[in-house]
Ligand binder design. Structure first.
Ligand code: NAD
Length: 324
């Protein structure tokens, strides 16, 4: 797995190990954290290779499945790491595909709902081609993933490789970074610190958020199938960013308020997956209700803040349009 020390990657590593699968994690800790995988280092079936997958990818021994997750994913990260993000989507994907080809392994690309850009079709089904600004600030991520999808498809068609594309929608849960700029960790940390929640624009733009355990099950269902995709993996429950903020305040059990700040450039107005394909082909649908998932995430952040009090200032500008 590339990107195995990140938010989704570390949960995936854990889940695979729980299923008895040996995991080799390739990560350069650009946006992931050693702490995410520290508990796995003692596992005999887990191995960490610290490397930048844009340089090269080498793994000794047999490999059945390559899960390619390496990429900055939060808008705060990819806006500060534009070239790295384009490189990992391009060169990183090329190298990960090369590894899968060499080993005769199935290849699964962690793509994103951001390939739909600011969508003109709602909800977004896999047949929709998207509405992406190729020179906007978010293009470094959106276009890198679109290129990665094209590369994956080209290897499938011209090299007869077994590949799959998961279009992952906004996911939240434990191990998100408090400062990664995504809406949910930002709202939770602000609520727990007794600060007003910074909602961008009037907050009427919509998002659909999926609890991490559900996303992981969806990715694994795709990996275990022979479906090429792309397949949307996300929760079809749509709510406005303002509603999301209010729910976080309510579940935090603390008095909270909202302040409105400017919306980021090219922030999508609406986002909701059509998950018919995942239901029909993979028998997968999200199960964790929003309030349960948020409560678990708030409890996790609370425990983190209790053990390591934060000294850095809270992010003031969340990017709720990003990948969660
Ligand atoms: P993350 O930033 O927590 O994890 C990404 C991991 O990739 C990090 O551990 C980072 O260090 C590693 N990485 C980045 N560049 C690398 C390189 N050149 N070489 C080796 N490792 C590198 O992000 P995440 O939220 O866990 O996302 C994981 C994947 O899922 C990404 O590809 C992302 O685009 C996709 N995705 C995530 C979401 C979401 O809601 N979290 C939504 C859609 C798609």
């Amino acid at each position: 797995m590339t990107g195995g020390a990140g938010f989704l990657g570390s949960h995936l590593c854990e889940q695979l190990l729980r299923r008895g699968v040996g995991v080799i994690c390739l990560d350069n800790f650009l946006t992931g954290a050693p702490a995410n995988i520290a508990p796995l280092l003692g596992e005999p079936r887990f191995r960490l290779i610290k490397c930048d997958v844009t340089d090269f990818v080498h793994v000794p021994g047999p490999v059945d499945l390559v899960l390619h997750l390496a990429s900055a994913a939060s808008p705060a990260d990819y806006l500060r790491l534009p070239i790295e993000t384009l490189k990992v989507g391009g060169l990183g994907t090329l190298h990960a595909l090369g590894l899968a080809r060499e080993k005769g392994a199935r290849f699964v690309l962690a793509s994103t709902s951001e390939v739909y850009g600011d969508p003109q079709q709602h909800p977004q089904s896999e047949g929709y081609w998207g509405n992406v600004n190729p020179v906007g600030p978010r293009s470094v991520y959106d276009e890198a993933k679109r290129y990665a999808e094209a590369l994956t498809t080209a290897y499938r068609m011209s090299r007869r490789m077994d590949t799959a594309i998961a279009r992952i929608f906004n996911t939240y849960g434990p191990r998100m970074r408090p400062d990664d700029g995504r809406a949910i960790p930002t709202f939770i940390c602000q609520a727990l610190a007794g600060e007003p929640l910074s909602v961008t624009g009037d907050g009427s733009q919509t998002r659909s958020v999926c609890y991490v355990d559900d996303t992981i099950q969806g990715i694994l269902a795709l990996a275990e199938s022979d479906i090429p995709g792309p397949v949307n993996i996300g929760a079809p429950l749509e709510l406005s960013v303002a509603e999301l903020a209010k729910t976080v305040i309510e579940l935090s059990g603390l008095p909270g308020s909202i302040r409105h700040i400017e919306r980021p450039v090219d922030d999508p107005q609406m986002r909701c997956p059509d998950t018919t394909l995942a239901q029909e082909l993979l028998g997968w649908e999200p199960r964790v209700p929003l309030r349960d998932g948020l409560a678990r995430t708030i409890a996790w952040f609370r425990s983190q803040l209790a053990t390591a009090p934060r000294t850095d200032p809270l992010p003031t500008h969340p990017y709720p349009g990003g990948s969660a």
